[in-house]
Design a protein around this ligand. Structure first.
Ligand code: GRF
Length: 208
């Protein structure tokens, strides 16, 4: 469904850790470069630094711990309740270390975006940068994609490429990839906000 383009897009950002991508999104909004509003930040990790970043910008910061729920679907049902309560239009997974079930995916069809630190479909799942190093690829990067019920399998929106250097460690490669994440993720969110993303099966067509 096309969103109402006369209104700022209502986002929720889901996190588990540092939140550097969250920070970039906040900065884009505050500098007027992204016509959106972050209604809430939700973390499954009570110690995520991202929660402190949210509070520093007066954004409601909510903790939903894994251990409070007995199943993935119950967790997601609670998540859906919160997100719908805030009228969220786009759910942004910015380092959210949980797989979503059909409960979340069906509640927000083509309206959940994830960033993955590799060129999908290569190296899905955890430790993508280390997987790339061990495989010996000469280029890696990041992928922004819509989320389906698989692990990092949804339709690809944008990708950016970085070289892999011979002496790279997981840390140095991750840092190079993150520079591209911080450019690519807000760009993909902006395309959604402007109503320019058309999903046709696996293909995401970008309207000019
Ligand atoms: C990023 O590398 C992203 O690709 C992965 O989780 C990391 C989150 O980093 N999904 P940050 O918390 O935004 O700094």
């Amino acid at each position: 469904m096309m969103r109402d383009l006369t209104q700022s897009c209502v986002l929720a950002v889901l996190v588990s850790g540092n939140g550097s991508n969250l920070q970039v999104i906040i900065n884009k909004i505050e500098s007027g470069k992204l016509d959106a509003r972050i209604a809430c930040v939700i973390s499954n990790n009570p110690n995520a630094y991202a929660l402190i970043r949210a509070k520093a910008h007066a954004i409601p910061a909510i903790v939903l711990e894994n251990s409070s729920f007995t199943s993935r679907r119950d967790y997601d049902a609670a998540l859906v309740d919160i997100l719908q309560g805030y009228g969220v239009e786009l759910v942004v997974l910015a380092g959210f270390m949980r797989i979503l079930s059909d409960v979340m995916v069906n509640a927000f069809p083509n309206a959940i975006m994830n960033i993955h630190p590799a060129l999908l479909p290569s190296f899905p799942g955890l430790h993508a940068q280390q997987q790339a190093l061990e495989y010996g690829v000469k280029f890696s990067g990041c992928t922004v994609h819509f989320v389906d019920c698989g692990t990092d399998t949804g339709p690809i929106i944008l990708q950016a490429v970085v070289p892999v250097k011979q002496d790279d460690t997981e840390e140095t490669l991750s840092a190079r990839i993150q520079m591209e994440e911080h450019r690519t993720f807000p760009e993909a969110i902006n395309l959604f906000v402007e109503g320019k993303l058309l999903v046709d099966g696996r293909l995401v067509r970008i309207q000019s």
